[in-house]
Design a protein around this ligand. Structure first.
Ligand code: SF4
Ligand code: SF4
Length: 170
């Protein structure tokens, strides 16, 4: 008799716990708004994936060249040498001749963003990096030499202490 009671109790437990789970599933299916998106097929018209990322999301690094003073702080602080910058000084004016960031190596630690005294480096919300050639993820931010911005604050000026008259190769 005891064994029969246990048998029916097991059946009851199986049915009741499954029903409890299904009740929650049905509630979210029928009555609650979706909080996930079928990416990338059902983003919705006019919605970009980047729009859905959280405000503090760390995607590919973006460079505001008009702010960059060419101080090399970001390159020096990067623990895995993702950033390659070269500068050249001509008649006391600094030019940035190369600014590459290898996103395939980047671990998104944010040290370079924190170290930048000019707030020229920022995280964007871009996260789509699928490609056939990994070299495509080495982003070349400048194609030809650009004049570096002038340091605005004393701190920026100290950080931008730099060698003169030669190309810095790294
Ligand atoms: S986020 Fe970190 S790993 Fe990526 S480039 Fe900056 S310092 Fe290097
Ligand atoms: S200003 Fe910022 S982005 Fe430009 S070299 Fe210095 S640390 Fe890097």
């Amino acid at each position: 008799m005891k064994a029969a009671a246990q048998y029916f109790k097991n059946i009851w437990d199986a049915v009741s716990t499954t029903a409890a789970g299904m009740r929650i599933t049905m509630k979210y299916w029928l009555f609650e708004p979706s909080i996930t998106v079928e990416y990338p097929d059902r983003l919705g018209k006019g919605i970009k994936a980047e729009d859905l990322a959280a405000d503090r999301y760390r995607g590919f690094l973006g460079l505001n060249l008009s702010k960059c003073i060419g101080c090399l702080q970001c390159m020096r602080v990067c623990p895995i040498e993702c950033i390659k910058i070269t500068t050249e000084r001509l008649e006391n004016v600094r030019f940035i001749t190369r600014f590459d960031i290898d996103q395939s190596k980047c671990m998104y630690c944010g040290l370079c963003v924190e170290a930048c005294p000019a707030s020229a480096l920022v995280f964007t919300k871009r996260f789509e990096g699928a490609c056939y050639d990994i070299n495509e993820l080495c982003i070349r931010h400048i194609k030809e030499a650009v004049k570096a911005a002038a340091p605005k604050s004393k701190a920026e000026g100290q950080n931008s202490e730099n060698r003169t008259g030669r190309i810095n190769e790294y």
